[in-house]
Design a protein around this ligand. Structure first.
Ligand SMILES: CC(C)(COP(=O)(O)OP(=O)(O)OC[C@H]1O[C@@H](n2cnc3c(N)ncnc32)[C@H](O)[C@@H]1OP(=O)(O)O)[C@@H](O)C(=O)NCCC(=O)NCCS
Length: 132
């Protein structure tokens, strides 16, 4: 099977998704909103581990670029790298790749930056301390 992207240097794997029919838009490509939802979900789970709390919210979805289409049956891999550890926030760089050719040469289909903020019980920003 060729659909096995290699390790993305400097990044951690947040999660994998398989592109299925309901994920496609009317042109037959992976719907961008669906990909953003997947990114937000798996990066939030990673941020929860890093920030040591589940009480976080997505503060910002930075520029998201769709470099190439996701296609039916693709195994989409979502990778991240923490880029700024703030007092209450954590910024993550995100790369999304699929493997269609050489396993060691995954094709990037999207990139973005996402910022999460830890909250206290009142829903206000709260300093976080490292988890995993
Ligand atoms: C998260 C929320 C409580 C933060 O309120 P706020 O008034 O921005 O709070 P602050 O100004 O204290 O900023 C909190 C952190 O976010 C960062 N931040 C604020 N605006 C930012 C921006 N535009 N870009 C990047 N980081 C930003 C601040 O730098 C700070 O981080 P730091 O403590 O590490 O320096 C509020 O904006 C909110 O509830 N937003 C809705 C969240 C949501 O519903 N998300 C979708 C579903 S999860």
């Amino acid at each position: 099977m060729t659909n096995k992207p290699g390790k993305l240097k400097g990044y951690q794997l947040a999660g994998r998704k398989i592109v299925m029919y309901p994920d496609l838009n009317f042109t037959g490509r992976l719907f961008g909103g669906q990909l953003m939802s997947w990114i937000d979900e798996v990066l939030a789970a990673a941020a929860m581990n890093l920030m040591g709390t589940k009480n976080i919210v997505t503060k910002k979805f930075g520029e998201i670029v769709f470099d190439a289409p996701g296609l039916l049956g693709d195994v989409v891999e979502i990778w991240y790298r923490p880029v700024k550890e703030g007092v209450t926030s954590l910024s993550m760089d995100c790369r999304v790749v699929v493997g269609r050719g050489e396993p060691s040469m995954p094709e990037q289909i999207s990139s973005s930056t996402v910022v999460y903020v830890a909250l206290d019980d009142e829903g206000l920003p709260s300093p976080w301390s490292k988890g995993d």
